[in-house]
Design a protein around this ligand. Structure first.
Ligand code: FAD
Length: 338
């Protein structure tokens, strides 16, 4: 493509969308020496971005249970990029637990994933003292991490500025208005050029209690979707997440019951927690639920379809885009030309 051969290290690159996909593109291109400008139509709080609502789990092993191998490949490579660019990212691992009635699902999960250690009740209690006496066993994935999206996105934006990039919030732009290479990371906002994209609704609840302490995300086996409790700062816990083929926002009573029930099943002390927030986001997904880097011709590259793995895979997609622009390297599994 024309822009690859013409681009030097300091060539201008415009990125549209400051969610996790665009933020990682901006960071890696700025660090590679490009004059990066990131445009975002919301304000810095990004309340309308899917990324604002995410759990932020960096869990390539757990996610491999229900996703294609490409997600694990991108996710594993991304763990190193998170460590390199944000060394303070917590890598405390993650836990999978189940009640006796869901034992068959638990064993299936263990069989279908790798990278875990089996813990008995005593080892589980040693790792997470709050869970003492709650479960007979657990699966521990020590290499996994988690970030708090509402904290890590501003950190990424700060790193972009430190690397010489510029960010314009409250700035609704179209690729046709911009010069140089344009990387379109608009998520569901890109449906004008990506009509196949759909939103997959994920609901979440934020609760607060000082009666339970967790150092890592805890997933509870559930017959319909993976329910989890993720510890946040200041005694907050995020309960997530449903996965519904629906494009309206808000949280249904049924989903709220399931999410709150999952927290209660992890620990009854959550029953006394204060309800802080109910919310939902629409995950941008293609029909195959796989991410795409689309070499759209001219000066435009589109990065989209991060579905339920945006935090996990955005760094690797940014690295792949940069490898293409800098060296013409094609990643056949995620790139396509139109
Ligand atoms: C409840 C829930 C839990 C999740 N948990 C996890 C998890 O644990 N781990 C994980 O890896 N992923 C998780 N995800 C998935 C993850 O949130 C998404 O994959 C990711 O946020 C998609 O990021 P994005 O940058 O592509 O889109 P977005 O975050 O939506 O960003 C797109 C941005 O583009 C901006 N934009 C649109 N049009 C324009 C325009 N014309 N000009 C300027 N800006 C524009 C928008 O305002 C928006 O800020 C979860 C999602 C949900 C809903």
């Amino acid at each position: 493509m024309q822009h690859r051969s013409n681009l030097r290290g300091n060539s201008p690159v415009s990125i549209i969308g400051a969610g996790v996909a665009g933020a990682w593109q901006a960071l890696l291109f700025a660090k590679a020496g490009h004059a990066v400008t990131l445009y975002e139509r919301s304000d810095a709080a990004l309340m309308h971005a899917t990324s604002h609502w995410a759990g932020g789990m960096l869990a390539p092993y757990c996610e491999s249970e229900a996703s294609e191998p490409i997600i694990s490949r991108l996710g594993l490579a991304a763990l190193d990029l998170w460590r390199r660019e944000l060394p303070e990212t917590p890598f405390n691992g993650s836990l999978v637990v189940a009640h006796a009635r869901d034992r068959a699902d638990y064993e299936r999960f263990a069989r279908r994933t790798c990278g875990h250690q089996r813990l008995d009740a005593a080892q589980l209690a040693e790792l997470e003292p709050s869970l003492e006496g709650r479960f007979r066993e657990g699966l521990f994935y020590p290499a996994e991490g988690h970030v708090e999206p509402r904290r890590v996105l501003p950190q990424l934006h700060q790193r972009i500025i430190e690397a010489g990039g510029t960010i314009h919030f409250d700035c609704d732009v179209h690729s046709g208005d911009l010069d140089g290479l344009v990387i379109d990371c608009r998520g569901l906002g890109a449906r004008d050029v990506e009509p196949e994209l759909r939103g997959v609704k994920g609901e979440m609840i934020l609760i607060e209690t000082d009666e339970v302490q967790l150092a890592r995300p805890v997933r509870l086996m559930h017959p319909r979707w993976p329910l989890y409790v993720i510890p946040r700062e200041n005694n907050l816990f995020m309960l997530g997440a449903t996965s519904l083929e629906a494009e309206h926002t808000g949280v249904s009573l049924r989903s709220a019951l399931e999410l709150l029930g999952a927290a209660y099943a992890v620990h009854p002390a959550f029953a006394e927690a204060r309800l802080v927030e109910f919310g939902s986001g629409l995950r941008p997904a293609y029909p195959d639920n796989l991410p795409r880097i689309t070499l759209a011709g001219g000066n435009v590259i589109r990065v989209n379809g991060l579905y339920r793995h945006g935090f996990l895979i955005a760094p690797s997609l940014a690295q792949a885009t940069l490898n293409y622009v800098a060296r013409g390297q094609i990643d056949n599994e995620v790139m396509r030309c139109v």
